[in-house]
Design a protein around this ligand. Structure first.
Ligand code: ATP
Ligand code: UDP
Ligand code: MG
Length: 455
């Protein structure tokens, strides 16, 4: 935390009841298995556990507690509240209020973590950055990010995820970002939002929550760009970024180097500077543009943005090129999948020389669209000249059928990971690129491990 807070401050601002007086704290912990003697313990209810059940274990081991139930026979200072999850956000909001530097908020269907890491690379050259750790982007993760703010930080970068309406609005009420972007809108987690329009509205809360004087970076190539412009609060500066040369931030002369990493001239309001990305795929040019728009809105010069983009080496499980068995190249994109990111992966794979193999696990959370979405991926893979498609899981069977239909391709759908690996492994040689992708639940990283073991 930047500066200590007290339970009294919290109670006066947000209500609730103080028991055993107030206490000052400058750290928060939420897990009785990882207690911090100098911290305030917040008892959260999760899907599996209710930390209130373990409260007796914390007595004497922390400075105070935030709880929905009074801890009897204890002298620990306690802030009693109706909902500890809400209280967690309230504490985080006070941490935010202690910070006066730029606060960047990023949401979108995919690429949030990638953009966040690119920004950390850009700002990290000259600033002391506080950034979301890993993928901690929800009602728990965003407060954790704010608790991690330290006095030396001068930029805060917050990834914000949502699986339903109003979640981004809630996260913005905590982090109150003043430079924001929706990276893209794709049919990811549609189940929670009702429709793609619902996703655009929900993610758009990162714009509608902005205070006057803030900046909004808009993916001008997105179908919803006009909609967001129309929803923008007064006195918010907008900056259009995208592939079109008419946008304030755009790329020129895009090429792929021998590894498949894009290089291009980054043009920011007429000023151009060459960029060499260290990550694969043209969709990363888009991610780089959004990161550039944000950095530009924060006042960074184009040359500094370009060099920062050049050092960002990507995030594990997202389009990472690895040496595979028998000299093959394995591209690990196993972190997650939805139709948008699978299309991007197919486009990337299609540009490789030699034999191109796609290994696709089920895409989850697509609701009634699941069957057609998987079929479309199979068709796209065939159209784009992918040589072989291996699929894992019952949903992705539809991709396999579409890929093989009316063609010499074999259907290769597997229900067991081990059987898939057994058939796939002999296909690997120096002339082959295997791209592995699927939703988190498909655990496709285990296939990557098997194909890269010992390399
Ligand atoms: P999550 O919602 O799980 O936090 P995220 O939005 O943080 O995901 P990343 O972790 O950066 O996204 O990337 C997830 C997947 O999406 C990876 O497979 C990556 O290659 C792909 N991806 C990243 N950026 C884009 C993009 N702009 N368009 C399409 N696919 C993308
Ligand atoms: N928890 C705890 N001690 C335990 C088990 C859980 O303090 O022995 C906490 C945990 O840190 C979390 C809460 O109880 O804050 C709910 O746990 P769960 O695993 O259900 O969390 P979820 O990740 O599902 O929200
Ligand atoms: Mg993420």
């Amino acid at each position: 935390m930047i500066a200590p807070l007290t339970l009294e401050q919290l109670q006066q601002r947000f209500g609730g009841e103080l028991v055993n007086g107030s206490v000052q704290f400058d750290a928060v912990c939420t897990d009785t298995r990882k207690l911090d003697a100098g911290a305030l313990f917040v008892a959260l209810r999760g899907e599996t556990f209710d930390a209130h059940d373990f409260l007796a274990n914390v007595d004497g081991k922390v400075l105070g507690i935030v709880s929905e139930k009074r801890l009897e026979k204890s002298s620990l200072p306690q802030w009693l509240v109706n909902d500890t999850n809400v209280a967690l956000g309230q504490i985080a909001r006070l941490c935010r209020e202690q910070f006066s530097g730029p606060v960047i908020g990023i949401t979108g269907s995919c690429g949030k973590t990638t953009v966040k890491e690119m920004l950390a690379g850009i700002f990290g050259q000259r600033h002391n950055v506080c950034v979301t750790q890993g993928n901690l982007n929800n009602h728990f993760g965003v407060p954790m990010t704010l608790f991690s703010l330290a006095p030396e930080n001068d930029v805060l970068i917050v990834e914000m995820g949502a699986s339903g309406p109003n979640e981004i609005g809630y996260l913005c009420s905590i982090a109150n970002p003043n430079i924001t972007a929706v990276n893209n809108v794709m049919p990811a987690h549609v189940e929670g939002f009702g429709s793609v329009d619902g996703i655009a509205t929900a993610k758009g809360q990162i714009y509608t929550s902005l205070e006057p004087g803030s900046a909004a970076v808009i993916n001008a190539d997105d179908n919803y760009a006009d909609y967001w412009r129309g929803e923008m609060p007064e006195d918010v500066r907008t900056l259009d970024v995208g592939f079109g040369h008419q946008w304030a931030v755009h790329p020129d002369n895009i090429e792929l180097d021998s590894r498949g990493c894009p290089k291009f001239d980054l043009v920011v309001e007429g000023v151009s500077h060459p960029v060499q990305l260290q990550v694969l795929g043209e969709h990363n040019v888009h991610n780089a543009l959004v990161a550039s728009g944000i950095a530009h809105a924060a006042g960074l010069p184009v040359a500094e943005i370009a060099t920062g983009l050049g050092v960002s080496s990507g995030v594990a499980g997202r389009m990472q090129s690895l040496p595979g068995s028998n000299g093959a190249t394995v591209i690990d994109d196993s972190y997650n999948a939805n139709p948008g990111s699978v299309s991007a992966a197919i486009e990337m794979l299609a540009q490789r020389d030699g034999q191109k193999i796609l290994v696709l696990g089920d895409m989850a959370e697509l609701g009634p669209e699941a069957d057609s979405a998987h079929r479309d991926m199979g068709l796209l893979a065939r159209e784009r000249g992918i040589d072989q498609l291996f699929t894992l899981g019952s949903l992705s069977g539809a991709a396999s059928v579409a890929f093989a239909a009316g063609h010499q391709h074999e259907q290769r759908n597997f229900s067991e990971r081990e059987s898939l690996i057994k058939v796939l492994a002999p296909e690997l040689d120096e002339n082959t690129t295997v791209l592995v992708k699927g939703s988190r639940s498909a655990r496709m990283e285990l296939i990557v491990q098997a194909l890269t073991d010992g390399n």
